[in-house]
Design a protein around this ligand. Structure first.
Ligand code: ADP
Ligand code: MG
Length: 331
């Protein structure tokens, strides 16, 4: 099979931030951004004197940078990289164990649609490299060998790998956990009104001075268009889309959310937005629902009371969970 080099490489890590950019900070709010975990992380905070807000936001960014040192697959000395290099696993920090435990739970409940062991698959697709291309079938088959919800075992802080070649990838959940931790740090510093957005993984704390948080969900096919505006308070709002990181080859779009059964990008959805209590859970669920597609995806949500989702299917049709209706407002 012969493939052309990719016709186009589009890396829009912060596309979901588009509507976010329109949120102008009020006089008593600050907005700061940093490049962290491969994306633009933005923090808005308000309701305190500017000096206090600056210190709190700095501490929140520092917390996310600390977590990147644990979870990054690109840093050879991160905990996750050490596990990937090991033959059968090892002891991990309590924090890494907690993130992996949550990921494994979503992996099992989703029947393997969410998978923490797609590291080899991700690297052969090279989506984050300069020239991503469709890998050959044999390479895909090899990269899927031994993966799945039972490929890892966790007993307290002891992580076991079933196959030595398994490469762990927390890319579908780590950013969400880091946003949860950033919010925890902001709270500890006395901030009661804040929003943290890591490329579509968001948490909205409290409300803005004298008004609620209103978030525009990016339309997956119309640049700069808002699909729906939601009003939330103390909630995680997480979107996974096929327009965030992708390349096109021979007229086909290849994006960064893989169906572990085929080893190819999942085809059922254009975007999935999940609203729930924690960003880590929302992150994992948005990825899982994206792989499962609207029907099976909404069935998975029945196992998570208080969690709602809006799915744009591959054909552009909208599918929302029963309780979604409490969030949309007119912009
Ligand atoms: P983003 O990171 O852009 O917010 P997602 O949360 O959907 O988007 O995560 C996509 C990332 O998750 C990929 O870059 C990859 O690291 C990882 N990933 C891809 N497919 C899966 C999957 N089926 N299960 C778990 N993680 C996945
Ligand atoms: Mg995710």
């Amino acid at each position: 099979m012969s493939w052309n080099r990719p016709l186009m490489i589009v890396l829009l890590a912060a596309v979901l931030a588009l509507t976010w950019w329109r949120l102008q900070p009020a006089d008593d709010e600050i907005r700061r951004s940093q490049l962290l975990m491969g994306t633009v992380v933005e923090i808005m905070a308000g309701g305190r004197p500017a000096g206090q807000l600056e210190d709190a936001v700095d501490a929140a960014f520092a917390e996310m940078a600390r977590l990147d040192l644990l979870f990054s697959s690109y840093r050879p000395d991160s905990e996750v990289s050490r596990l990937s290099q090991s033959t059968n696993g090892g002891t991990v920090s309590a924090e890494t164990a907690a993130v992996i435990a949550l990921g494994l739970e979503v992996a099992r409940r989703s029947g393997g649609a969410f998978d923490l062991t797609l590291g080899r698959l991700k690297s052969i697709w090279g989506l984050e490299q300069e020239h991503p291309a469709v890998p050959d079938r044999q390479a895909v088959t090899d990269a899927l060998a031994g993966i799945g919800p039972n490929a890892l075992s966790l007993d307290g802080r002891q992580l076991g790998k079933r196959e030595p070649q398994l490469q762990i990838d927390l890319g579908g959940i780590a950013k969400g956990y880091a946003v949860d931790r950033a919010i925890a740090v902001l709270r500890e510093q006395g901030v009661a009104s804040a929003a943290v957005n890591a490329g579509g993984d968001m948490y909205l704390l409290g409300q803005r001075p004298e008004r609620p948080w209103r978030i525009g969900i990016q339309h997956p096919r119309m640049k700069d268009a808002v699909l729906e505006t939601v009003e939330v308070r103390d909630r995680a709002v997480v979107t996974s889309g096929d327009y965030e990181r992708f390349f096109e080859q021979d007229g086909q779009r290849y994006h960064h959310i893989f169906d572990p059964q085929s080893g190819f990008p999942a085809r059922g959805c254009q975007s999935v937005t999940v609203i729930t209590d924690s960003v880590a859970l929302g992150d994992a669920l948005a990825t899982a629902l994206f792989v499962l597609g609207p029907q099976e995806g909404l069935r998975l949500l029945d196992q998570y009371p208080g969690t709602e989702a809006l799915i744009v299917a591959a054909d552009g049709s909208l599918h929302a969970s029963a309780g979604w209706t409490k969030y949309p407002v007119s912009p």
